[in-house]
Design a protein around this ligand. Structure first.
Ligand SMILES: Cc1cc2nc3c(=O)[nH]c(=O)nc-3n(C[C@H](O)[C@H](O)[C@H](O)COP(=O)(O)OP(=O)(O)OC[C@H]3O[C@@H](n4cnc5c(N)ncnc54)[C@H](O)[C@@H]3O)c2cc1C
Length: 453
């Protein structure tokens, strides 16, 4: 099938196949995680929505398997990568940027833009938008998906439609968390705000102080319920605990809410001293350089609980003992408060079925060198962590159903975690906007309704 599609695609678009060795290597090694460096039948570069429409028609008519790639940050194999029988449709060149003059506080971005590019462009105009999945200040204006006012979507039948509160509103809601089940999003119209200032700091602590670090984490999490300008993460890592404290303003003094961390005696070093910046400068300061690593992730959502956080720490210490050589397992506590959930509701509801409680979106991450470790054992480490945390949280009555799409491993039932009503909404939207099931049958990977409930 891929060969038939090639013959047609080649005459219209730049297509990179193994015969263009250098370009092929560059295309194959684009994803963040080396687990996704799988050799596709070819990579098709689509620089305009019109070209993407024509390419999708060829792919559909030849029944060729395909994956859509924007920046390849998702580490699940086959999501934005493909094997020898499938094509990758690369839409990273869709980088249009435009301020809407007709609608105040809205800016349009082609799907190929990174959040760094979005922040840079907006800040040059004194504006901000909320990035994510989950960004640094999730309680301020909600999640990344909540800030989308309109999706421009290419459907399987080749039509290009808008999905917003007034037009195709069922699809609009389904796309706010429903992933790649309905069409290819070609443009996002985002809610903008006057420039959001951020004060931020990142410190490293000694993991032996885990009891106090977890207490401080829960204390800041409680303070988040009172003040939506607070954001934070706590990352238990190999030999250190990294804590990021964020505040959506430039206060003269560091917020009192952060005192539980400032009082800790176990500070190893300050990676990032308290800085008055913006979402862009924070993203640049945290900028993760792409390393030569394989990566695997897994997620669980729970309520805040010091007892649970302590038990998770102990479980992590145990799982680390059985890691394959060269592999590092770390985990991050990522809090979301009630205000963040409410911000989504205020914007017309997303599809994720979030419960209105203070919660933690855990992400367990294993990273290991390309040739150094056993892939299956590394994946097992993150799977084991999520299983253990689920059962620990369940026993304490603090487990939540939700699983975040941006932090989940491929086998986790992300869509199934959104609740019966939302599953039905997504199924109805998929049946209406993709009646022939092109995105279910031909898409190479992803959290798909056909297998993720
Ligand atoms: C260093 C690093 C830091 C991260 N930090 C955060 C964070 O702070 N918060 C957070 O929430 N997540 C974070 N993530 C996770 C990241 O947001 C997700 O992996 C996300 O899926 C990456 O999006 P992408 O555009 O690179 O998609 P890709 O990896 O290119 O694709 C992912 C999936 O989406 C589909 N897809 C992509 N574009 C489209 C489109 N336009 N229309 C339809 N389907 C499409 C693809 O087919 C694929 O199934 C981080 C990841 C990394 C590597």
């Amino acid at each position: 099938m891929a060969a038939a599609a090639f013959d047609q695609l080649r005459s219209f678009f730049p297509v990179v196949t193994p015969t263009n060795e250098e370009q092929y290597q560059a295309a194959m090694t684009r994803p963040w995680s080396q687990t996704c460096w799988t050799p596709a039948a070819g990579y098709v570069y689509l620089s305009t929505v019109q070209k993407l429409t024509e390419a999708l028609a060829i792919v559909r008519n030849t029944a060729t398997k395909f994956a859509v790639r924007t920046t390849g940050h998702n580490p699940n194999v086959g999501f934005s990568s493909a094997g020898e029988t499938a094509l990758v449709l690369d839409i990273g060149q869709l980088k249009s940027k435009e301020l809407l003059t007709t609608e105040k506080g809205t800016a349009r971005f082609g799907s190929g833009n990174t959040w760094g590019e979005v922040y840079t462009w907006l800040e040059e105009r004194g504006l901000s938008a909320i990035g994510g999945g989950m960004g640094a200040l999730p309680n301020l204006h909600g999640l990344g998906a909540d800030g989308v006012r309109n999706f421009e979507v290419l459907l399987a039948d080749g039509s290009l439609i808008n999905a917003n509160a007034n037009e195709n509103s069922d699809l609009y809601r389904a796309l706010k968390g429903g992933g790649s089940n309905f069409g290819i999003v070609t443009r996002f119209d985002l809610e903008t705000y006057p420039l959001i200032n951020v004060q931020y700091t990142i410190n490293l602590y000694n993991p032996e102080d885990h009891l106090a670090i977890n207490q401080a984490t829960v204390a800041v999490q409680q303070a988040m319920e009172e003040d939506p300008k607070i954001g934070m993460f706590t990352n238990f890592n190999n030999g250190f605990v990294a804590v990021g404290l964020f505040y959506g303003d430039h206060p003269a003094e560091p917020p009192k809410a952060f005192e539980p961390f400032h009082n800790l005696k176990s500070l190893l070093t300050t990676v990032l001293p308290s800085t008055n910046g913006t979402l862009l400068s924070l993203a640049q300061a945290m900028g993760h350089a792409q390393t030569s690593q394989k990566r695997s992730i897994c997620t669980v959502t729970t309520q805040a609980s010091h007892d649970l956080y302590e038990e998770v720490y102990k479980a992590w210490v145990e799982v680390c003992k059985s890691l394959p050589t060269g592999a590092v397992l770390h985990y991050t506590i990522q809090p979301l408060g009630k205000a963040g959930v409410q911000a989504g509701k205020d914007r017309g509801e997303n599809i994720m079925g979030l419960e209105s409680v203070p919660q933690c979106w855990w992400v367990f991450t294993c990273e290991w060198p390309k040739d150094g470790s056993d892939d299956a054992a590394a994946q097992k480490a993150v799977d084991t962590m999520s299983e253990k945390v689920q059962s620990l949280a369940k026993a304490k009555g603090v487990l939540l159903d939700y699983k975040s799409m941006t932090f989940a491993t491929a086998s986790q039932k992300v869509l199934g975690s959104y609740g019966v009503e939302n599953i039905k909404r997504m199924q109805e939207a998929a049946a209406k906007y993709d009646p022939n099931g092109v995105f279910q049958k031909l898409q190479n990977g992803g959290f798909l309704l056909c297998n993720n409930i």
